[in-house]
Design a protein around this ligand. Structure first.
Ligand SMILES: *[C@@H]1O[C@H](CO)[C@@H](O)[C@H](O)[C@H]1NC(C)=O
Ligand SMILES: *[C@@H]1O[C@H](CO)[C@@H](O)[C@H](O)[C@H]1NC(C)=O
Ligand SMILES: *[C@@H]1O[C@H](CO)[C@@H](O)[C@H](O)[C@H]1NC(C)=O
Ligand SMILES: *[C@@H]1O[C@H](CO)[C@@H](O)[C@H](O)[C@H]1NC(C)=O
Ligand SMILES: *[C@@H]1O[C@H](CO)[C@@H](O)[C@H](O)[C@H]1NC(C)=O
Ligand SMILES: *[C@@H]1O[C@H](CO)[C@@H](O)[C@H](O)[C@H]1NC(C)=O
Ligand SMILES: *[C@@H]1O[C@H](CO)[C@@H](O)[C@H](O)[C@H]1NC(C)=O
Length: 516
């Protein structure tokens, strides 16, 4: 069989195996003779029981032995010769021998096995049977589909040769070195994932990227493309869809990828019903993934969100305005309430006065505004117009009485304490005494409500005694402003409304606007 090349310049057989060496055919009729060079002995023809013999052009070792290692030559008439070096390797069970002297099997994935009958092929050095769909045996060949660099190595094919009833192992090993410039791999789309749902926004642009693995090294016959509802984007007469220039790169181990981007300039409603299919193809076959679009969750919720936020803002605004209104018109509201639900059922609480008024006593002889306020304005509004009964020192308590005990008794008989805050009051020791009793009384014993009228701007309240600071923190002060001096006589001015609001209920539901 001419197509089986059994003759090597160098042969590395395994000890104990069958070996056949073929002499080149110089001419059909010529008889050749095999010699062993070192001994110069002719290899005889086969006889009964002979181990090394020649049959025509073939030199047989059935089986090989370590001592067969040596140089052999075949010659027709000693003018033409062919030398073969034989190196018999000792047999090690389960081990495939390796030899650098074997000719390399290079190329596109076909390794010829130097036999006619291939029974089993092993991949060395692991000596494992070839596994996987990429390897298959046919006749004397091992085929490697799409060979890559990691396929490089020793391939041993092993078979059994039976000669006159004797069974011999035969194995032969080839080095395989891939010489592929490029080779396809089954196309595999890296992204997107099949059936992926991609979020989109109506009217917005969208880029869909598709990346696929296509082979080893740059593939001349491969593509990654997009279809919209099974129509290639390239053939779509639609300016909204455009395929971007292909982008390709070689990754690890020369693995070749291509990426194609589908540009959608403006997402329309109908796109949400479309199938966007990425197809990756090479010489092997093609694979595809399909993605669809859906409105972005945020976009879907955008309108309700906006409404919600708007509603919240409106509500907050309303609350803020209500609070402001209430702050501004709290007095009016309370007074209105009192007016509507005229509370006639006032219990007798044993008090005589509605309020005890604490104010800084003027020791100078000239009149000042605070005294005018205490003696004129306040009684006019609260007593004459609104019907309250006040206890004012100097008017209701006369000097000469036992001031301290009198003050204390009157305060206990008062429902409110009105304290006029002025710079003088803060710094006066005498007033501080009054204040102290009053506040102690109000805060600790009776729980009498205190009304603070800030007659002059106090500024920081840090100079005030702690109990006053506490009350200010709790309820604030009612500020007498310059504007009130214009119409101080109106009980419906903001200042007097605030004061009335903090005053106890009266039998009179409202204050008369006119002077009695
Ligand atoms: C066989 O011949 C080669 C050179 O052709 C030589 O180097 C080698 O030593 C020879 N082997 C034996 C066993 O004589
Ligand atoms: C050897 O070769 C010569 C010519 O090269 C030829 O004439 C002769 O017949 C050959 N001898 C044998 C035994 O084949
Ligand atoms: C084979 O070896 C012999 C002896 O070493 C040498 O004379 C002869 O030229 C060699 N033949 C070839 C073809 O190399
Ligand atoms: C076989 O492969 C080795 C390793 O790549 C290389 O060095 C050698 O030249 C090759 N031999 C032949 C005959 O191609
Ligand atoms: C052939 O090789 C196998 C292992 O590969 C071994 O089990 C068997 O004994 C060998 N047969 C002969 C005749 O050496
Ligand atoms: C999209 O694909 C689905 C499932 O493959 C199919 O049922 C549907 O008809 C396709 N839609 C269009 C517009 O081609
Ligand atoms: C695709 O869209 C990107 C921006 O999303 C843009 O930079 C690019 O130029 C577009 N390509 C084509 C071919 O329209």
């Amino acid at each position: 069989r001419e197509d089986v090349l059994l003759c090597f310049y160098s042969i590395d057989p395994m000890e104990g195996e069958a070996l056949v060496i073929k002499c080149p055919k110089w001419s059909s009729s010529v008889k050749v003779t095999w010699y062993r060079l070192d001994t110069n002995k002719i290899i005889p023809a086969e006889e009964e029981g002979s181990r090394v013999f020649s049959i025509e052009r073939f030199l047989w070792f059935l089986p090989t032995s370590r001592e067969d290692s040596g140089n052999y030559t075949c010659s027709n008439n000693r003018t033409k010769s062919y030398n073969v070096s034989v190196q018999v390797h000792s047999y090690k069970p389960g081990e495939c021998f390796q030899s650098d002297s074997l000719p390399n099997a290079t190329g596109r994935g076909k390794i010829v096995c130097p036999t006619l009958i291939t029974i089993e092929c092993y991949y060395c050095p692991d000596c494992k049977p070839l596994q996987g769909q990429r390897f298959f045996k046919k006749e004397k060949y091992i085929y490697i589909e799409n060979p890559r660099r990691e396929d490089d190595g020793y391939y041993t094919c092993q078979f059994i040769y039976t000669h006159k009833g004797n069974v011999f192992n035969v194995s032969a090993t080839r080095i395989f070195i891939s010489e592929v410039k490029y080779s396809p791999l089954p196309p595999q789309i890296i992204f997107p994932k099949n059936k992926e749902v991609i979020e989109a926004e109506l009217g917005a642009a969208l880029s869909l990227k598709c990346q696929a693995r296509l082979g080893i090294k740059k593939q001349p016959l491969a593509a990654v493309r997009w279809d919209v509802d099974n129509i290639p984007v390239k053939s779509l007469a639609c300016s909204r869809f455009r395929e971007e220039t292909h982008f390709s790169f070689e990754g690890h181990e020369h693995v070749y990828y291509e990426e194609t981007t589908l540009n959608i300039t403006e997402i329309k409603k109908e796109d949400l019903q479309s199938n966007f299919t990425c197809i990756a193809l090479n010489t092997m076959y093609n694979t595809r993934v399909t993605v669809t679009l859906q409105l972005r969750a945020q976009a879907k919720a955008a309108l309700p969100n906006v409404l919600l936020i708007a509603a919240s803002l409106v509500l907050l605004g309303a609350i803020a305005i209500s609070v402001l209104l209430y702050q501004s018109f709290r007095a009016d509201i309370v007074l209105l309430y009192r007016e509507i639900f005229q509370p006639y059922s006032l219990k007798d609480d044993g008090k005589i006065y509605d309020a005890y008024v604490i104010y800084p006593k003027n020791h100078a002889n000239e009149a000042n505004f605070v005294e005018y306020f205490v003696y004129q304005i306040m009684p006019e509004i609260l007593e004459n117009k609104c019907g309250y009964k006040l206890c004012i020192y100097g008017r209701d308590i006369y000097p000469g009485e036992d001031a301290a005990s009198a003050v204390e008794k009157r305060m206990q008989k008062s429902r409110r304490l009105i304290i006029l805050l002025t710079q003088q009051l803060i710094h006066s020791k005498e007033d501080a005494y009054d204040q102290h009793i009053a506040l102690h009384d109000a805060l600790i014993q009776n729980g009498t409500k205190v009304i603070l009228l800030e007659m002059e701007t106090i500024g920081t309240y840090g100079n005030l005694q702690e109990s006053l600071q506490f009350i200010i923190k709790q309820q604030g002060t009612i500020k007498w402003k310059e504007e009130h001096t214009v119409h101080p006589q109106s009980p419906n001015s903001r200042f007097w409304k605030q004061v009335r609001c903090q005053m106890p209920l009266t039998h009179r539901s409202s204050c008369s606007a006119n002077t009695r």
